[in-house]
Design a protein around this ligand. Structure first.
Ligand SMILES: NC(=O)C1=CN([C@@H]2O[C@H](COP(=O)(O)OP(=O)(O)OC[C@H]3O[C@@H](n4cnc5c(N)ncnc54)[C@H](OP(=O)(O)O)[C@@H]3O)[C@@H](O)[C@H]2O)C=CC1
Ligand SMILES: O=C1O[C@H](COP(=O)(O)O)[C@@H](O)[C@H](O)[C@H]1O
Length: 369
């Protein structure tokens, strides 16, 4: 999904705050993304009054938890990180009281019917919209969408589903995923997310390029020797093996986040900075890319080590990772774009977990002038 204007990107504007009830269900609520980003982001929206007056949040996952245990879990990551911190604790308490949990299997219609009953109870007969946020591995998206749409859709308002990257494992499984999702949903019910597109660095890239006339003539093979796109984390999987081990760093980071940045960096000037025009130019870049050669890729997996008296586990020490896993946690690749602007310029991508530093970086090396 492309970044859009504020009015379009939020489901409700402040003036509509007293409208229908909104029920948000986070599927995979026991996991890393839910804890680190989704609950804190919902709280930030609540704090800023961007959520409708009547809303509730349900966590859904297989892990057994009570409402109170969910609240304890998420209260640890709900920081009052917004600039104005007035009444933050009070707002947190009020937000947490709107959070509930239901434990169930991802492929059980019966368990989603139970969730539906709990949602109906809280919605108390009001006109209600329902949003399902799939914070789970892609191989179970279809099971969840099937059960949720058959047994827990809104009967009075809209039902929408947010799906996270990676969208399948390859082009075939991605096409199959879309085909299967459309057995239960229409396209305008599906919202595909790549959270990197919302990062300041990424949002600023096109503004930097196209608002500064000085850059345009320099942005090509004549002046740029290579482009480097680096994602580096200084922590490992930490219990996320259930998702990560089936996908690896290339599908987790390179194919989506870094490729989006590459396309944004390398595209021709769009007709306007509207999402649709930017997307068209990005697609042209991706279509001009040379298929990746095996000799232009290196992969690796982090090992355990000790430093400064502290020991750091290997990838396969993570209890959620199989002992004999060969899944790459590091990859480096040189990609090329076959067009007049970028012919012969390597786009060097590097992504890795459990490295020395945490950083996201895009940089260029220029030719001698
Ligand atoms: N973590 C992050 O920062 C980001 C993650 N994402 C995306 O979000 C999705 C979830 O990622 P994340 O939260 O990190 O992953 P997790 O490994 O934490 O998985 C989330 C939840 O899904 C359930 N789960 C995990 N593995 C399996 C499995 N093999 N089969 C069935 N259920 C499973 C678990 O819940 P339970 O066992 O309780 O059912 C787990 O708590 C992925 O698509 C990822 O690409 C996107 C952006 C950032
Ligand atoms: O999509 C993902 O991104 C996170 C890193 O995101 P950030 O915003 O915290 O930099 C990464 O840890 C995770 O593996 C991946 O699924």
């Amino acid at each position: 999904m492309e970044p859009q204007g504020k009015e379009e990107s939020l489901p409700f504007s402040q003036s509509e705050n007293v409208g229908p009830h909104l029920s948000i269900t986070i599927v995979g609520a026991s996991g890393d993304l839910a804890k680190k980003k989704i609950f804190p982001a919902l709280f930030a929206l609540y704090y800023e009054d961007w959520l409708p007056e009547n809303f509730i949040v349900f966590g859904y996952a297989r892990t057994k938890m009570t409402d109170e245990e969910l609240r304890n879990m998420i209260s640890r990551t709900l920081t009052c990180r917004i600039d104005q911190r007035e009444n933050c604790e009070d707002k947190m308490d009020r937000f947490l009281k709107r959070c509930f949990y239901h434990s169930g299997q991802y492929d059980s219609e019966e368990h989603f019917a139970e969730l539906n009953r709990k949602l109906q109870e809280k919605e108390a007969g009001k006109l209600s919209n329902r949003l399902f946020y799939l914070s789970i591995p892609p191989n179970i998206f279809v099971n969840v969408v099937k059960c949720a749409s058959l047994r827990a859709s809104s009967t009075s308002g809209w039902t929408r589903v947010i799906v996270e990257k990676p969208f399948g494992r390859d082009s075939e499984s991605s096409g199959e995923l879309t085909r299967c999702l459309k057995l239960y949903l229409t396209e305008d019910q599906i919202f595909r997310i790549d959270h990197y597109l919302g990062k300041e660095l990424v949002e600023n890239l096109s503004v930097l390029r196209f608002s500064n006339l000085v850059f345009e003539p320099l942005w090509s093979r004549n002046y740029i020797r290579n482009v480097q796109l680096i994602f580096s984390e200084d922590f490992g999987t930490e219990g996320r093996g259930g998702y990560f081990d089936n996908y690896g760093i290339i599908r987790d980071i390179m194919q989506n986040h870094l490729l989006q940045i590459l396309a944004l960096f390398a595209m021709e000037t769009p007709v306007s900075l509207d999402a649709e025009d930017i997307r068209n130019e990005k697609v042209k870049v991706l279509r001009s890319m040379r298929p990746l050669q095996l000799e232009d890729v290196a992969v690796g997996q982090y090992k355990g080590h000790s430093k400064g008296g502290k020991s750091y586990p290997a990838y396969t020490d993570d209890p959620t990772v199989p002992n004999n896993s060969l899944t790459p946690t590091f990859a480096a690749a040189a990609l090329f774009i076959n067009n007049a602007r970028w012919d012969g310029v390597p786009f060097l991508m590097k992504a890795g977990k459990a490295l020395h530093t945490k950083r996201d970086q895009s940089s260029v090396q220029t030719r001698p002038w």
